[in-house]
Structures are given as structure tokens and as C-alpha cells.
Design a protein around this ligand. Structure first.
Ligand code: DGL
Length: 289
């Protein structure tokens, strides 16, 4: 079995811009970011939908979870990540974190000279398409749920939708721990989802990019009658549309370049990420601010 190695001191690098690699806009990478491994769920969909695109991923593993932090702190961390990715010369930015999208999307758009996509818009639209009854459940971090960002985005599309939200703060640490099928995770899910199930919803939005990693477990707790919506696929479709619109799709059909940056020792990130993506995650750089 592939054993990820701990980074040696020399792989802990202050990162510089790889200017020599990218010459045209279409060859530049898509920048994707999250507080930890959750955004890899979006990366997987991007890899499937856009197999020739270069991708730079940033996971702030030293400071995850974000969903229990203040809006000011999240906005500050988000700005740091965005500045880093812009310095990597990305052609678009994808906020693959509902928490950052909920409270800092405008901050990102204000400082970004390149187009910005976020998971909440994509997830809200996917929920509106999926629901038959208009009864939609949202699960997410406390920050995402308290922001009401999903309810607002869904009501823009379907004014009569009825929304039931539930914060699930323990899911992110459980996922970062790699407890994807663990009994503790199941009991936690049963506890969190009991009030949501009682609301007779037909669609449940996984309003945190970490949650698709426990999708089979969530599916078995919610039962057959409830559709689980995650924004990853919808996001990949949006990214494809946006790139096509600008004429920025990478037309070079060579093997794409994937680069991963984290802010703390990447062992768990690498093990869980490789299991989820079904491919080796390399190189993973440890970024020091
Ligand atoms: N994946 C992030 C989200 O979508 C995680 C949140 C966290 O760090 O708490 O909200």
C-alpha cells in the first residue's frame, strides 16, 4: 500500500510563483481552496469533468475548522489564501468551502481580478432542481447555517421553498480524523439528523464540502426517500461553462499538473485525500505564512 511520507524540513517551503510554467490563460491553473480536505470533493468533480485542466489546491489544515470561528477571522484567513493563490497566477478561483462562501465571498470578489465561483450558489441551484416538494433541508457548519446564505440563495430561485437548517459542528473534525464509516460518526449523524428527518424533507443539501466524504453514511441515516445534494458536480459544470465562455478551456490534451498546498503536516490530508480521489496526491507542499 502507498505510504505517504512526512515532509522533511526541506519540503516546508515558502512558496514562489511558478511563472515559467504557464504561458497562456488557458494553461493557467484553476485555484481551489478550503479550510482542509473538504474541497477535494470539488477537485474530484473538476478532475472528472475537466480532465485537462491544471489545478492548484489549498487546504488550511493548520487552522481547520473554520465553521466555528468568527466572521472576522474567517475573512482574514480567506484573504491570505486568496492572495496566495492569485500569486500562483490562477485563471479562476473556486471557493470550495461553504463557510468561506457564506461569510467572505464578497471579500474574495473584491480582491480578485479573476472570476470567482462559490459552492453555495451551485448547491442552492442544484437543490432547487432536485426538490419535488419544495421542502429542503440544509446541513452545514454553525457559521454557514447562521449566515442564512443557503436560504437566501434558494429563495432567489424558488420563493416558496421551505428550508430547515441544522448545524453539524462535529462532522468536520470527524472527517478530518478520517472516521468516514465509524460508529461514532453514525451516532453523531443520527443525533444531528433526527430533527431534520422530522420535517419531511425530500432533499438534503450537504452544505459543507467535507460532508460528501461521509455521503454513504448520511444516505443510510436519511433513508431512500431523501435526495442528497452536494455542490461538487454542479460546481464542476459551472467552472466548465465559465471557462468555455471566456475561451479559457485548456486545449492541451497532455497530463494535467496538480499541486496541493496545506498549512500543516499533510499525513492525514494525504491518506484521506488519496482514498477519496483514488489517486496519489503529490506533491503536497507545506506552506508557511
Ligand atoms: N469544508 C468547509 C465548508 O464547506 C469546512 C468547514 C470548516 O472548516 O469548519 O464549510
Amino acid at each position: 500500500m502507498h505510504q505517504p511520507t512526512l515532509p522533511s524540513a526541506s519540503s516546508v517551503i515558502p512558496v514562489t510563483v511558478p511563472t515559467a510554467v504557464s504561458t497562456t490563460v488557458s494553461q493557467r491553473a484553476i485555484g481551489v481552496f478550503d479550510s482542509g480536505i473538504g474541497g477535494l470533493t470539488v477537485v474530484r468533480s473538476l478532475m472528472e469533468r475537466l480532465p485537462f485542466e491544471n489545478i492548484v489546491y489549498f487546504g488550511d489544515t493548520a487552522r481547520v475548522p473554520y465553521g466555528v470561528k468568527s466572521v472576522e477571522t474567517i475573512a482574514h484567513y480567506t484573504t491570505q489564501i486568496v492572495e496566495f493563490l492569485l500569486a500562483q497566477n490562477v485563471k479562476i478561483l473556486i471557493i470550495a468551502c461553504n463557510t468561506m462562501a457564506a461569510v467572505a465571498a464578497q471579500t474574495v470578489r473584491d480582491i480578485s481580478p479573476v472570476p470567482v465561483l462559490d459552492v453555495i450558489d451551485a448547491g442552492a441551484l442544484a437543490a432547487c432542481v432536485a426538490t419535488r416538494t419544495g421542502q429542503i433541508g440544509i446541513i452545514g457548519t454553525p457559521t454557514t447555517v447562521n449566515s442564512n446564505a443557503y436560504a437566501r440563495a434558494i429563495h432567489m430561485v424558488n420563493r416558496s421553498a421551505r428550508i430547515f437548517s441544522q448545524a453539524c459542528p462535529l462532522f468536520v473534525p470527524l472527517v478530518e480524523e478520517g472516521w468516514l464509516e465509524n460508529e461514532v460518526t453514525r451516532l453523531t449523524a443520527e443525533e444531528y439528523l433526527r430533527p431534520v428527518k422530522a420535517e419531511n424533507i425530500d432533499t438534503l443539501v450537504l452544505g459543507c464540502t467535507h460532508y460528501p466524504l461521509i455521503k454513504p453514511l448520511l444516505h443510510s441515516v436519511m433513508g431512500e426517500g431523501v435526495k442528497l445534494v452536494d455542490s461538487a458536480e454542479a460546481m464542476a459544470q459551472r467552472a466548465a461553462g465559465l471557462l468555455a465562455e471566456h475561451g479559457w478551456l485548456n486545449t492541451q490534451t497532455c497530463v494535467p499538473h496538480y499541486e496541493y498546498y496545506v498549512t500543516d503536516v499533510p499525513v492525514k490530508f494525504q491518506t484521506i485525500g488519496e482514498r477519496f480521489l483514488g489517486r496519489s496526491l503529490s506533491p503536497v507542499h507545506v506552506m508557511k505564512w
